[in-house]
Design a protein around this ligand. Structure first.
Ligand code: G1P
Length: 290
């Protein structure tokens, strides 16, 4: 398989799980510690060797693209006031990656969002990252998939084991483990009832795919929730040409889930030596008074 240079990041969703915080701020721009959620996702892509990001946006999301662009007015203020470390911080974000974007004019589902990016993906394999899923620790998330995709010369999706009561929130795969943590996919189903789920291996928003998926997406009819589901296109593609899944390692936070979102803030706060002690003291105090 050719090198993976591009990643599609769909960011056109309403973010209803994050209301009211996301009423006028895209959920992807909510901060986790000192950066917006989307910056962690883009940084994972970059650490995995990606150079171009394709955001699938809507009319209210241009602030996401702006975050990865220069802000000359702010830079001027920082420069004149001698805040050179802050100046570097904001410039670094503008320089980290090439940005492209395409509008998803109607929110018809994740599969539809990916299809909107087709004109920006030429004949090359690419990654998809769901912006709600944050992955940390060890080998960068997308890199884990790329390693298997290169070795097996096949599309790969990332999975993690989830508790039984959560399977109906995810795409679930049925796979045969061919080497530790690597599965040949036999089938997959979007948001199954727990009794019908083929396993507890959930798709966690990381994919390395080949452009033939677009032909399958063109043909997919609305599935669960009346949406054009990426999982439905992948199910057909897996049957026809084969697909692998890799059980991802590291910690995952679902930024749209408040418990995970708050945990992610604490996790990153604790990584900062200057905050660590004070934060732990406050947490102990909270436990005592709650
Ligand atoms: C999407 C996918 C689903 C996957 C999930 C991971 O669902 O359709 O297969 O398990 O992302 O976050 P959504 O969360 O958009 O409903």
């Amino acid at each position: 398989m050719k090198e993976i240079r591009k990643v599609i990041i769909p960011v056109a969703g309403w973010g209803t799980r994050s209301l009211p915080a996301s009423k006028n701020i895209p959920k992807e721009m909510l901060p986790v510690y000192n950066k917006p959620v989307i910056q962690y996702v883009v940084e994972e892509a970059i650490k995995s060797g990606v150079t171009d990001v394709v955001f699938v946006t809507n009319r209210d999301k241009s602030v996401i693209e702006d975050h990865f662009d220069y802000n000359l007015q702010l830079e001027g203020v920082l420069e004149r006031s001698g805040k050179l470390d802050k100046l570097k911080t904001v410039r670094d974000v503008a320089e980290m990656v090439n940005i492209m974007s395409v509008r998803q004019k109607k929110q018809l589902g994740l599969g539809h969002a990916v299809l909107c990016a087709r004109p920006l993906i030429t004949d090359e394999p690419f990654a998809i990252m769901v912006g709600d899923d944050l992955m940390f620790g060890g080998v960068p998330g997308v890199q884990q998939l790329i390693d298997v995709a290169m070795r097996e010369n096949m599309p790969v999706i990332g999975v993690m084991e989830v508790p039984r009561d959560k399977v109906s929130r995810y795409g679930i795969i049925d796979g045969e483990e061919v080497s530790p943590g690597v599965y040949r996919i036999k089938d997959m189903v979007e948001k199954p009832d727990v009794d019908k789920a083929p396993s507890q291996l959930a798709i966690v928003g990381r994919y390395v795919l080949t452009p033939d998926v677009f032909d399958y997406l063109e043909k997919v009819t609305p599935g669960v929730g009346g949406e054009i589901q990426l999982t439905d296109a992948l199910q057909a593609l897996a049957r026809d040409r084969g697909m692998m899944a890799v059980k991802m390692t590291g910690i995952r936070f679902d930024a749209g889930d408040w418990a995970d979102y708050l945990s992610a803030n604490i996790y990153f706060g604790l990584q900062d030596e200057s905050l660590r002690y004070g934060l732990l003291e406050r947490l102990k105090q909270f436990v005592q008074f709650s």
